[in-house]
Design a protein around this ligand. Structure first.
Ligand code: CMP
Length: 142
């Protein structure tokens, strides 16, 4: 299996509930290395740019409003098969459909406020990581 990187955003709902540390610990226990990390409050333009693929969706305005209502923690996760394994660890987008023990089942309230974001493919992971992190802020595993 190949070593991959994927983008994790701990969303404002989880940061407000002070669950960022618990989510990061959960991911480290599952074998993910945190090779880049920052806490930031997204400007509206940055949230809109990040979710531009969803621009035509009816929930786009609500999504950008939510993502800018408070700080987020953005992290680059690295491990073998990181993209698929992180999606498994997150659970379904709708926490009502997420499996027991997944991050969204543990910490999310609704499909709109679902605690975490994760890249949906390796190609998108590369784009999303570059959106938030210059190469100098992503340190390889020692
Ligand atoms: P995320 O993985 O960050 O990618 C797009 C986000 O859109 C998704 O998580 C959800 O938070 C959000 N989303 C998807 N469907 C809906 C919906 N029906 N209503 C509100 N938000 C949604």
């Amino acid at each position: 299996m190949a070593v991959e990187r994927t983008l994790c955003i701990i969303k404002p709902d989880a940061v407000e509930k002070k669950k960022a540390g618990a989510i990061l610990a959960h991911l480290e226990e599952k074998g993910f290395n945190l090779v880049g990390i920052k806490r930031t409050h997204l400007p509206r333009t940055v949230a809109e740019g990040f979710y531009a693929v969803h621009k035509a969706r009816p929930f786009f305005g609500e999504l950008c409003e939510f993502m800018t209502r408070g700080p987020v923690v953005v992290a680059v996760l690295e491990k073998d098969n990181a993209v698929a394994d992180y999606r498994t660890a997150m659970g379904a987008t709708d926490p009502a459909k997420a499996e027991a023990g997944t991050i969204r089942k543990l910490y999310a309230a609704s499909i709109g406020e679902n605690a975490v974001h994760g890249s949906d493919s390796l190609d998108n992971a590369k784009i999303e990581i570059a959106y938030f992190f210059p190469a100098s802020e992503v340190a390889p595993v020692a």
